[in-house]
Design a binder for this molecule. Structure first.
Ligand code: C2E
Ligand code: CA
Ligand code: CA
Length: 436
């Protein structure tokens, strides 16, 4: 079955290996003239092999793979070339084939694969997901195969037993790969920052309408040899990879330490620290909080935890325990990004928070958007009735501040007062405002 020109390691059942596949793609691409049809590839991934392995052991999985490879071997013909990319993933190269022809062939393969398969007493119903890709001009073999793999994964995500043509998946192939690569780069930068002291907290003041400083919010910054990454980019990656728990523990320790430094300098200012969902759903959270409070030796009333509203869609017993433990430790709680649409108002009354932070999205359209103004006013009243202080975020202009005053908010945070700043700058800023 392998192409006669192809040389490389046979991975069993006549399938050649990944390296040979890459080499062949480059070779065919170089040979294909502009008048010919391009090269197509199918990346085939067997579905649910993990479950089969779990239920029947690896031997079971091997038997299924063997039977399916035999079926594929019988099916192939013409100029198709076959490669095995991993345990249950195969690639079929189809020279001189366009997308429609490749899709048709993929549909035939799915039919072949889906025929029931006897396994001892059982009748299994195998299925496969197939990614289809057509070589683009000047595309290298790596990107070509990565696109095929990505399309196959998109087919799996849609439930398996499907064909996805690269470029037609929800996140188009090339784009998806670039995004995945960017995420990997960010992840490695985050590791580097954690190890080499590239993380810092900047602090942004929260000021009441009468000019009193209510506290500061700690906002994480990440700088590595490759420059700095904005939190809007690295926090989602950290959340995806689980790194956010380590970052969060670092924030807790650093933020509480800074609250202590402020107190030592005679500036008793509350420090608000952002806590992510991953931290709060972990049973280890209260331990991490206690450890931070102990290490920093700070009075807990100087610490506030900002919890995003999305956390309250569904409050688990662990989250409830963590919130209770935080309150019992004497730390206050704020609901962040309020109004962004996730919270269940019924849950709101059960959260022991004392502050409500209205999201910047409402502020940005003030004072002209009267409907937004009405919503801000209603949310402010709701917060008040629940005994909370209401803070508006992202205030940049005087006319926004005036509207917020009219709506009844208690305090504001935004560039109008100050941007987030390094701790040394903040110390100077606070001292200038509180001359002793
Ligand atoms: P957030 O908690 O809603 O923080 C407020 C964001 O609004 C900050 O963005 C702040 O710099 C920005 N901001 C404040 N005032 C203004 C303004 O007047 N105009 C504009 N345009 N923006 C303003 P930043 O620092 O980029 O942080 C983005 C988000 O990253 C934060 O949103 C928070 O969700 C997350 N984040 C930051 N630090 C941490 C952290 O230590 N832990 C966790 N879990 N998340 C963090
Ligand atoms: Ca926040
Ligand atoms: Ca916020």
């Amino acid at each position: 079955m392998p192409h006669p020109h192809a040389r490389g390691a046979d991975t069993g059942a006549g399938f050649l290996d990944r390296a040979t596949c890459l080499h062949r793609v480059s070779h065919i691409a170089a040979e294909t003239s502009s008048t010919q049809q391009p090269l197509a590839a199918l990346w085939i991934g067997l579905d649910r092999l993990k479950q089969i392995n779990q239920s029947f052991g690896h031997q079971g999985g091997d038997i299924v793979i063997l039977q399916i490879t035999q079926r594929l071997r019988e099916k192939t013909g013409g100029r198709s070339e076959w490669y095995r990319m991993g345990g249950d993933e195969f690639v079929c190269l189809l020279p001189d084939t366009n997308a429609d022809q490749a899709r048709k062939f993929a549909a035939e393969l799915i039919q072949v694969i889906e025929a029931p398969l006897r396994f001892g007493e059982l009748l299994l119903h195998p299925s496969a997901s197939i990614g289809v890709v057509v070589l683009e001009e000047n595309e290298d073999s790596f990107m070509f195969l990565e696109r095929a793999d990505h399309a196959m994964s998109a087919a799996k995500r849609q439930g398996g037993g499907r064909i996805v043509v690269s470029g037609e998946e929800p996140t188009p192939g090339r784009m998806g790969i670039l995004l995945a690569r960017e995420e990997l780069a960010i992840e490695s930068q985050l590791h580097e920052a954690l190890e080499n002291g590239g993380l810092a907290l900047h602090y942004q003041p929260i000021v009441s309408l009468d000019g009193h400083i209510e506290g500061v919010e700690a906002l994480m910054r990440c700088t590595t040899g490759n420059g700095s990454i904005p939190p809007g980019k690295f926090i989602p990656v950290a959340e995806k990879t689980g790194l956010v728990t380590r970052l969060g523990e670092w924030s807790l320790l650093t933020g509480t330490g800074f609250a202590r430094e402020l107190a030592n300098a005679g500036l008793r200012t509350k420090v608000a620290i952002n806590v992510s969902r991953a931290q709060l759903i972990s049973p280890k959270f209260s331990q991490a909080l206690h450890a931070a409070l102990m290490c920093s030796n700070v009075s807990p009333e100087l610490i506030e935890l900002e919890l995003t509203e999305s956390l309250f869609m569904d409050i688990s017993a662990v989250v409830q325990d963590n919130l209770r433990a935080a309150r019992e430790a004497g730390v206050s709680l704020a609901i962040d990004d309020f109004g962004t649409g996730y919270s269940c108002l019924a849950n709101l009354k059960d959260i022991p928070a004392t502050k409500l932070k209205l999201d910047r999205a409402f502020v940005i359209v003030l004072p002209h958007d009267r409907r937004a103004f009405a919503v801000v006013k209603a949310m402010t009243q709701l917060g008040r009735e629940l005994g909370m202080t209401v803070v508006a975020e992202g205030v940049e202009e005087m006319n926004q501040l005036d509207a917020l005053r009219e709506a009844g908010v208690d305090a504001i945070q935004g560039y109008i007062h100050a941007r987030p700043m390094p701790k040394e700058t903040l110390l100077t800023w606070l001292k200038e405002r509180n001359p002793t």
